[in-house]
Design a protein around this ligand. Sequence first.
Ligand code: ZN
Ligand code: ZN
Length: 301
Amino acid sequence: MVVRFSMLASGSSGNACLVQAHGFGLLLDAGLGPRLLASRLSAVGANWSAVHAVILTHTHGDHWNDRSFHHLIRPQIPVYCHALHHPGLRQSSPAFQELREAGLVRGYEEAQPLKVATGVTVYPIPVRHDDAMTCGFRIEVTAPGSGPAIAIGYAADLGTWQPELAAVLANVDVLGLEFNHDVHMQETSGRPAILIERVLGDRGHLSNAQATALLREILRISKPGRLRHLVQLHLSRQCNRPTLAQKAAKAAIAEMHADVQIHTAEQFHATPSLDLHAPPLSSITMKKVAAVGQPMLPGWE
Ligand SMILES: [Zn+2]
Ligand SMILES: [Zn+2]
């Protein structure tokens, strides 16, 4: 069994990620227009017909696109979102209303498993970013007749993190994590003080240092060798550099004696796909993954 993870775009000008498993394609956010998405899909060997559902992390404008919503209607591609996403989208997206009328808007609830296809389950994880509701996702893909085999963690807009978040992102094969800014670059950016305050605040974006601390904690509590790929997300073009984000992650990985490949997602190009192969069944049991899922209980924040 192979699960394919492809970052199509990441950053404040648009976000989208394609996860493919068992012939099913799930788009995490659709923050580009349909033609641009088509060209990014093509860059990773896919196309729109490989997309079977969209799930939204939150409703900031870099995570959805009205024309892409409209594009979903004819092929009947559903959009999964949280009930708290509806008011903002109904107000600002005419196509969202069309999707609702076409019965293509479906719900998810924080900390509740959402089965989007046979063998593909998404666990929405609420995070402290400044939308009405922002979620990261843990996606588990099972092979028929076996326990959970491949797990993906994805958290693109955070602000801050708590140990509970590290717990639900532990024991994944690939981790997409926000490395938004370098604190010094942010502080000396010359941006309006209110914007700097927002980005650095607990409900803004995660700095390289914060992301590195979260990565270190995830590695500390994960099974040794489990995390194989770190994909750095949502880098600020003005207040970060890929080299800075990579240097920070590399130091944490070395400190934890881990062997993790670092990939840095880009705004204007798709990142080469990662093919994740299921580990031998003996190395992971259903019981262990169920235990990892425990912190995601109703009411957890
Ligand atoms: Zn964003
Ligand atoms: Zn956001």
